[in-house]
Design a binder for this molecule. Structure first.
Ligand SMILES: *[C@@H]1O[C@H](CO)[C@@H](O)[C@H](O)[C@H]1NC(C)=O
Ligand SMILES: *[C@@H]1O[C@H](CO)[C@@H](O)[C@H](O)[C@H]1NC(C)=O
Ligand SMILES: *[C@@H]1O[C@H](CO)[C@@H](O)[C@H](O)[C@H]1NC(C)=O
Length: 259
């Protein structure tokens, strides 16, 4: 009488277990467990339906539990309370904070959606409204709606620029900035397109200077005669000098208004 009751209970438990597992195809798998003391790996058998292998350890399956990582490297994660940060085949679980943002292996509370990783691979975080990340370096340049990076440094495009890509130029807004290159590109000078021009790598003031054979001349007293800067002869009343080629082939600049 007592014996048959125990048998009945045993049969009932067995039936429940089969019912719970019948959607999982029972399969024996191996979890390679590494023993740091002996330096040896052993294959541990486990039943894929009721267990999982995570970071070389076998765990019983449980509601909300997953592996943060993989069979070789990883830690169990309770998805209802924890977040998994992984980078470069390393994995760490953290308690949830809200809007969790992983940068590298660290987690940040990003409830306000105002953070971003500087690099996916390191733990530097920036406020996207006030900080820039330039080449992995945090840089501050005011309202990030108007900022850009120049190498490692952020600048405000409204008042500065980076035309030659080799340093921030303050005073020349981005829209007016350009880079003046020499023909061989060895000389680079930033300039303001509004009132300056470019002469073989050197900037000059358009209103009062000119570029002549890759040299800069002064409009008030010089002219460009056959690619040569020529001083004006006689008195000069205005800029805008003209060239005079003499019969012997010599050139002179003169002021057409007065001479
Ligand atoms: C996962 O976290 C929830 C909430 O704290 C908890 O109720 C549950 O027991 C945890 N699961 C495991 C397997 O620890
Ligand atoms: C996350 O940030 C929000 C907003 O700043 C704050 O209310 C909440 O308490 C923070 N959570 C944690 C766990 O610090
Ligand atoms: C060019 O104009 C800017 C203003 O747009 C001024 O600040 C700058 O001094 C001027 N440059 C020259 C060389 O005149």
């Amino acid at each position: 009488m007592q014996f048959s009751a125990i048998l009945l209970v045993f049969a009932a438990v067995a039936t429940i277990q089969v019912a719970a597992q019948d959607r999982c195809k029972r399969s024996i798998q191996y979890c390679k467990s590494f023993d740091p003391d002996t330096g040896e790996s052993t294959n541990v058998e486990y039943d894929h339906c009721i267990q999982y292998c995570c970071g070389g350890t076998v765990y019983n399956r449980d509601l909300n539990m997953v592996c943060c990582g993989n069979k070789v490297v990883g830690v169990p994660q309770n998805t209802s309370t924890q977040v998994c940060c992984g980078y470069n085949n390393q994995f760490v679980v953290h308690d949830k904070t809200g809007g969790d943002l992983c940068c590298g292996l660290a987690v940040f509370n990003n409830t306000n959606s105002d953070l971003a990783c500087c690099n996916p691979n390191d733990e530097t975080v920036i406020n996207i409204f006030t900080e820039m990340c330039c080449n992995g370096v945090v840089s501050f340049a005011g309202d990030t709606a108007y900022t850009a990076c120049c190498g490692d440094v952020a600048y405000d495009r409204r008042v500065a620029s980076c035309p030659c890509q080799n340093g921030v130029v303050s005073g020349i807004p981005e829209v007016y900035a350009d880079c003046c290159y020499s023909a061989d590109h060895t000389v680079q000078t930033p300039y303001n397109k509004v009132n300056e021009s470019c002469c073989d790598g050197v900037n000059y003031v358009t209103a009062s200077q000119f570029c002549c054979g890759n040299e800069i001349g002064e409009s008030a007293t010089q002219a460009c005669c056959g690619d040569v800067i020529t001083d004006a002869v006689g008195s000069v009343s205005t800029g805008g000098l003209a060239c005079c080629v003499a019969s012997d082939g010599s050139v002179a600049a003169y002021s057409p208004d007065s001479q």
